[in-house]
Design a binder for this molecule. Structure first.
Ligand code: PAF
Length: 280
């Protein structure tokens, strides 16, 4: 596995290892890797000749400076993990090179997609994600790029970015990878205390149970809120039932519409995010 710490180094390595016609699969990350990320690398390896993974804790997508400060950083372990799944190239750029002028330069228009859920709760977050993903795509020039379905709103934002700017990679959303007890894997999980960690699988249990309820949309939202809030370590930030393509709120079940349940639960200062398909 080759390491690149600058754009120049990355281009040099790609030029050296890429044979004519080789496709590049790309897995952008902010590090603190877990099996969810490794599943993206494995999928990229299956579908492309070369896999590039980037590790960059992107400051512009953190609306809360404390969150940025506390974001787990474990570069040596990340490199070992990427090596274990035969990633070909790791790109670890410096902030100065990604943001030579300080703040992001482009204002993206994601419409309704960025006004709801994470967009409403974390102002500027998706502008930051759009900025860095566009920069990384321009640098890496991948044929395919892989993202987890856990951050489903992010996935739709990136698909919209790719369409708007006619960027070349095909965007591939991959299944949520869960711990054995059902908790969706996330870099933030390692910040949970042991008691919080033991309670956290409650979130997915509630989502799975929600899928079995025969309730109208509004009553199901109340049911989920009540189930989450009975756990004294949890505070529901939101549970939305929305259209899988547009993220518009659903008010009435329609069997022709793909409905998804999106949840964010605060455990202390940690935000845990998850989702489930409801009407399949
Ligand atoms: O999902 C993430 O880890 C980040 O939002 C991403 C896509 C790497 C952009 O910084």
């Amino acid at each position: 596995m080759k390491l690149a710490n600058s754009i120049k180094e990355l281009h040099h390595i790609i030029k050296a290892v890429r044979r004519e016609g080789d496709s590049i699969g790309f897995v952008p990350t902010m590090g603190a890797l877990h099996n969810g990320h490794l599943a993206l690398v494995k999928r990229s390896k299956l579908e492309n000749n070369i896999c590039v993974c980037s590790i960059f804790v992107n400051p512009t997508q953190f609306n809360n400076p404390e969150d940025l400060k506390k974001y787990p950083r474990q570069m040596e372990q990340d490199i070992r993990l990427l090596e274990s799944v035969n990633c070909d190239i790791v790109f670890i750029p410096e902030t100065e090179e990604m943001y030579p002028n300080g703040e992001p330069e482009i204002l993206f228009h994601f419409g309704e997609l960025e006004k709801v859920m994470e967009g409403a709760d974390r102002p500027g977050h998706f502008q930051g994600v759009g900025t860095i993903v566009k920069k990384l795509f321009d640098i890496v020039e991948p044929h395919r790029a892989y993202f987890g379905n856990k951050d489903y709103q992010q996935l739709l934002i990136i698909k919209s970015l790719t369409q708007q700017y006619k960027l070349s990679p095909k965007i591939i959303g991959c299944d949520i990878v869960r711990e054995n007890d059902g908790l969706a894997m996330s870099s933030r999980n390692q910040r949970l205390s042991s008691i919080q960690r033991s309670e956290a699988p409650h979130i997915y249990s509630v989502l799975k149970a929600a899928k079995q309820q025969q309730l109208d949309v509004e009553s199901l939202k109340l049911w989920v809120a009540q189930k989450i809030n009975t756990n004294s370590l949890m505070e529901l930030s939101y549970f939305e039932i929305s259209d899988a393509e547009t993220l518009k709120s659903i008010i009435k079940w329609d069997k022709n519409q793909r409905a998804m349940g999106f949840i964010v639960v605060n455990m202390g200062e940690i935000r845990l995010i998850d989702n489930i398909e409801l009407n399949i």
